[in-house]
Write a protein that binds this ligand. Sequence first.
Ligand code: KG4
Ligand code: ZN
Length: 329
Amino acid sequence: MLVLGIESTCDETGVSIVRDGKEILSNVLSSSADIHEKYGGVFPELACRRHIDVIIPLVEEALQKANITPEQLDLIAVAKGPGLIGALLIGMNTAKGLSIAWNKPLIGVSHIEAHLYASMMSSDHLPMPALGIILSGGHTLLVKILNVGEYEPLGTTVDDAIGEAFDKVATLLSLPYPGGPHIEKLAKTGNSKGYSFSSGKVKKNPLYFSFSGLKTSVLYAIKGKELSITEKGDVAASFQEVALQDIAKKAQLALQQFPASAIYLGGGVCNNSRLREIMAEKFSHLPIFWPPMNLSADNAAMIAGLGAKKFLNGTDPLDLEVQTRIPIA
Ligand code: KG4
Ligand code: ZN
């Protein structure tokens, strides 16, 4: 079975061809991060203009790299949400156009569920029930996974997403956007006990996250000061440690609520090596499924992979709508 997947929820346009839900024949991506850099965050209209420019050339490139013709495809899968409305509409309408032109069925999948599925795609055995942790630029989510497609949300963020907090602290330290990888690199040079920041707690919701207070503490710690590179390293390391330990602590609390057989993670922040260390230390008794490095951040292979899995339950009509907000699936 050959699936063409399309991703366009935010600032990345991706097209991928996946065979039998697992084998990635091509996975091409174009990011508009370069144009958002000077704004310190995604500028939706500019992201949309870039999606329009690159999406069809990326479809052609994905087919060419996979050495596949449109006739050979079995399904078009698209990220139906959550995301920026204009960006989603470009991916959705491209998918619908291709579905009509090539006479192939269409399926819409959740971008968040696909992030989680990226850690499951290559395994035949998926222990369940399990804890799912999604850590990206737009989402911070703990979920109980009963099965692929069956989730119970446990906790989310009340303000910034974890990746967004990394990006905002990076901006405060005059690092490029997106800042997560730059914070990680700088943190390696610093002392994580250099600054005493603390994580956010949400009243009556111990599994919920809040990162805006942490970000503000960083702002006040450095405001008006000319920091040396060593001090910047300490700020980055101290912030990163508190933010990541907060994820691990809340994951530990979530695991007290039900007998989980594994942990599955997804989202761009999963590329952080300190996060991988902390999780391995804290949860050595459980199998931890990480997305491969090339499938952590936004990509279309996870959309095609999940599309293949969902195809077993049927396809979507051509009046399928985008959804800017989806809790998970
Ligand atoms: O999953 P993703 O590509 O996009 C969303 O769906 O939001 O995640 C992007 C986020 C950005 O905030 C980026 O700074 C963060 O993931 N990120 C990282 C690292 N690599 C990417 N954060 C911390 N450490 C990293 N190594
Ligand atoms: Zn994403």
